[in-house]
Design a protein around this ligand. Sequence first.
Ligand SMILES: Nc1ncnc2c1ncn2[C@@H]1O[C@H](COP(=O)(O)OP(=O)(O)OP(=O)(O)O)[C@@H](O)[C@H]1O
Ligand SMILES: [Mg+2]
Length: 410
Amino acid sequence: MPSTWNIIKSVIDQPSIFKSKEKLYPEYVPSYLPRREDELKKLASFFKTLVLEPGQISQRVLITGGVGVGKTATAKRFGTDIKILARQRGVNLEYVHVNCHRGRSLSYVLQEVSRQLHIPIPPRGLSSNEMYELILKYLEKNNIYLLLTLDEFDYFVEAAGNDAVYFLIRTYDAQPDATKRISFIFITRSLTTISRLDAATESYLLKNTIKFNPYSYDDLYEILKYRVDEAFYPDTIDDGVIEYIARQEGADTGGSGNARLALEILLLAGAAAENEGSPKVTIEHVRRAISETSPNISILVSDVIRYLPLHELLVLLAIVRTLRRIKEPYVRMGEVEVEYRELCSMYGETPRKHTQVYEYVKDLKNRGIIEAYVSRKGYRGKSTLVGVSVGPLDDLEKYILSIVEKVKEK
Ligand SMILES: Nc1ncnc2c1ncn2[C@@H]1O[C@H](COP(=O)(O)OP(=O)(O)OP(=O)(O)O)[C@@H](O)[C@H]1O
Ligand SMILES: [Mg+2]
């Protein structure tokens, strides 16, 4: 019988597959950001003046893009690097990153700036105006230039409103000859909130915009490969496993193009493999991790799908299958109908008429399972394009198949 000592020792001695697990944690900022070279270049050319002619202008850049596309990581990396480059040239540049989701008022933002720059503030409460004055004076006195990122800026705009935004970004409007000590990066997921500001402030913000697109399969493959090298020991994850995760999340392969989700899957799969004492991360570990990270299928959608009529199920199945085959985000209804008729003959069913199939598509769209829209133009004229808004596709296909089988059994 193993002694307690031996049990504990065997766990401690078991070789880990992780070289450095924390490199997969969301707060870790990697020193290299594959597939964001162009965006970094754009940032660098917008902020070049900060290094070459500091104080000449107060630059502002808006970064926009969906969830997990590297906006925060890119801004932080850029800030850290440009600070070093500026200092090498004798420019005293500081980088401050404030998350406006955590605090959504002007006074929170200003307090964060003072805190991160170690600016002593008197214990008695200061108004935002006074606090801002204090910061500007401090920068002037110590000859510091500041690049300030306001991340998740949408929340600030929503909560603090037009005047607060105006107050912050038009600092130097009244003093054109002042040394411009502060420049800004704003990060938002969408432009909707910005469009609610008054026209002048909106166009002021939108002047220099960098759009971050969702990551494709290729992008995610390269990103994951690099992060795997950082976090795992060699030969613990096969390429096929990395490809599988990239395919799940790639924007062109039915996913949302979200690197955070892809990395979370990688971390969970790795942790599962480690817990089992497996020397490798397998596809099966990944599948399990995916079902943990995407409750979409299980909770929201599975209930709806379970009670769909047979032919609506077959239309949905046809959509999922053609999407998987063509590996594009959307597919033409013409192709779906061909697949649908094939499925009908497989299951010994008479296909429903074209108009009925469109009714099913409309219903699936209303239920939020698919997206459907009419393409504007194309070489074959207008056509309806459909995509699936819930993933991953192969889990979905398996699930629909199991329901179809059940319905057919009855
Ligand atoms: N090009 C990349 N190379 C390596 N890692 C990346 C890259 N892009 C994103 N990541 C990683 O993916 C995760 C999500 O990125 P990030 O937090 O920057 O997304 P985001 O666009 O700010 O998302 P959100 O809108 O949800 O805040 C982070 O862990 C980040 O390190
Ligand atoms: Mg972010």
